[in-house]
Design a protein around this ligand. Structure first.
Ligand code: GDP
Ligand code: MG
Length: 330
């Protein structure tokens, strides 16, 4: 049985994973159409797996934003695997590619590395950072909704006091998810809002506090200082917190997202990535580049604008979403 069939069976085994796999297939339509189209074309033209095939494959992967370093690693692995399995024609190659993509995603990490790090007991604090417009507030809203549905007591802190309408936007999500939103007036000190949020979360015996922040990149030094201050307040109030610092990146910005990740991780300990708008790009390979080149796990992906479109990242569902049409053809 090929790798894609194995994945399909795995999803079929329980309704929940089948549903998740469906979400990925829909959300990754653009990437799949572009990537699979090119790959099919390559396979049809070459038939034989040779050095020219690998070179063109490298190009296809780089066009999908997989990232040069990751592509080199991947194709090297493929060369060895093809030799090991004595694969001569391009027919069997898709299964090998999909399997290697999953392998290269996880590297030495285990499959639980994407799970949100929440305390079993007491308050967990999640700090959400990222530049303007990447989808921080939206993702916080979606996440709050999911956690609430899991029976958790959630509080949100409106730490973006800078952007016009940011507080109201978070309040709308708060109403939708039926969770409390702690705020001050626009322009106030974000660290003071987060401080209030912590006190409110404590007095309400909340399980999770999610902190929104501003993301003006025009003044990088200021932004990083502000985030450090917010983080210090959290650390001081709750030992061991924040339990997660989630960096939100917009998948449609491609390699730019990668450089944002570098900037942020230089000044804050980013514990996980939320990669939004995967549905809006044909270059979803960026997930692999982020994981492999930054060594930060992608914890969530945004596959659309609806509440249910924020999904825990799952490399198997991702790769299946990338190849699903091909697998059905086969
Ligand atoms: N298609 C799509 N749009 C998204 C996704 N996540 C966020 N958005 C949209 O991106 C825009 C900016 O989001 P917002 O949460 O305000 O970004 P923030 O400035 O980082 O807080 C909004 O119009 C969102 O609806 C996603 O996964 N898919
Ligand atoms: Mg916002």
């Amino acid at each position: 049985m090929g790798f894609m069939d194995k994945l399909k069976n795995k999803f079929k085994q329980n309704e929940k994973t089948e549903e998740v796999s469906q979400k990925y297939q829909e959300g990754m339509k653009k990437t799949r159409n572009s990537f699979s189209g090119k790959l099919n074309d390559l396979i049809a033209r070459y038939r034989k797996v040779d050095e020219d095939f690998f070179e063109e494959l490298e190009e296809v992967l780089i066009t999908a934003d997989v990232g040069v370093t990751t592509v080199m690693d991947l194709v090297e692995e493929l060369r060895m695997e093809v030799k090991r399995q004595n694969i001569k024609d391009t027919n069997g190659i898709k299964d090998v590619i999909s399997e290697k993509l999953v392998e290269i995603y996880y590297g030495d990490a285990n499959e639980d590395s994407e799970k949100l790090n929440l305390q079993n007991d007491g308050l967990s604090v999640i700090l959400v950072v990222g530049v303007n417009g990447v989808g921080k507030t939206t993702s916080i809203g979606k996440l709050a909704h999911q956690l609430k549905q899991q029976g958790k007591n959630v509080v949100l802190a409106a730490g973006d006091t800078f952007r016009a309408g940011a507080i109201e936007q978070l309040e709308i999500w708060g109403e939708r998810a039926d969770v409390a939103v702690i705020k001050q007036s626009a322009g106030s000190d974000p660290a003071a809002v987060i401080f209030d949020g912590i006190q409110a979360a404590k007095s309400r015996n909340a399980d999770v506090l999610i902190c929104d922040t501003a993301g003006r990149l025009q003044n990088k030094v200021n932004l990083m200082n502000e985030l450090s201050k917010v983080k210090r307040v959290i650390e001081r109030e709750i030992p061991g917190a924040p339990h997660e610092v989630l960096l939100v990146l917009d998948a449609t910005t491609g390699q730019n997202a990668l450089s944002q990740a570098k900037t942020f991780s230089e000044s804050t300990d980013v514990t996980g990535i939320v990669l939004t708008k995967l549905d809006g790009t044909a270059k979803g390979g960026i997930v692999l580049a982020i994981r492999n080149e930054l060594n930060i796990p992608v914890k969530y992906v945004g596959l659309g604008e609806q509440v249910g479109d924020l999904q825990e990242f799952d490399a198997n569902a991702f790769v299946y979403g990338l190849f699903a049409d091909i697998a059905i053809e086969d």
